[in-house]
Design a protein around this ligand. Sequence first.
Ligand code: F6P
Length: 334
Amino acid sequence: MRIGILTGGGDAPGLNIAVYTLTKLVEKRHEVYAILHGWRGILNREIRRVSSRDLLDFAFTGGTYIKTSRTNPFKDEARAEQFAKAIKELGLDVIVAIGGDDTLSVAAEAQTRGLVNTVGIPKTIDNDVYGTDYTIGFDTAVNEAIRVTESFKTTLISHERVGVVEVMGREAGWIALFTGLATMADFVLIPEKSVSWDAVVKRIKETYDNKRWALIVVSEGIKEYEGPKDEFGHSRLGGVGNELANYIEKTTGFEARAVIPGHIIRGSAPTAFDRILAVRFATEAYGAIEEGDYGKMVAYKGGDITRIPITEVLGRNRLVSGYWLRLYETFWGI
Ligand code: F6P
């Protein structure tokens, strides 16, 4: 068979390992094609025959060697027609789509419309793909966010300042929550829990009076600013950390600073957890191909790797809830 592999959406540490491992398994019996630039690569017919040897030297770095895009081939019906025609011409039997909810939703739609067989692998540093406890990239992003936050903390202590760390997380506050727990931040703001900034200020004043510095971790997704939207309807986020630091400085008189590690936490080399997760997901995706079990996304559930219909993931996100929200409330409930 002719098997295509693509990565879509924001890059994430561990993507190269997933692509490499899948190629290494698939090439034993089939032809492997890298689809460059995510779904855009289908529209532009950018596919290249690859071997695991081609990918090996980049397998353990961050980023995605086969490139990515946020192209939505179902943006409108004219585009969808072009997409269907391109898929037919390329003659791929299966496409393995490695991505977040947007990329996976395209895989689900392509399968439902009968355009091509698909298998999904969830990745995003945000960890917000429905149906899986972990996505490729999240663990690395959290470890990097912790590293940055700990460095920041030392200078907050020296200067007796309030510090705000803004981390990525569009729909879900997983990165902020895990970073906040791991560094025992004085406050954490996540999209799932709306709190008034005055209540945050009150808490920070108490903390500051006690230890003469304070640390807040905030998820970029708590506030959306006006701006251009991508093809899946998302606006660009970022900036709330500075706004919050200014607000705290103005209302308390404490000196405040914000840092936005942004893409830095997305670009590092994958941790052991993300490496093994990528290998396990790729192996399961290969199993799905060999069994002809299409329209499935591989998932991590309670330590096991399983498969769920990709359609289940559509239009949903895995948000901070249940046990994790209670843990949040234990430390930062107001
Ligand atoms: O990968 C998901 C994500 O990290 C979001 O949290 C963030 O808003 C977005 O990507 C930013 O991506 P970019 O600036 O690369 O488009």
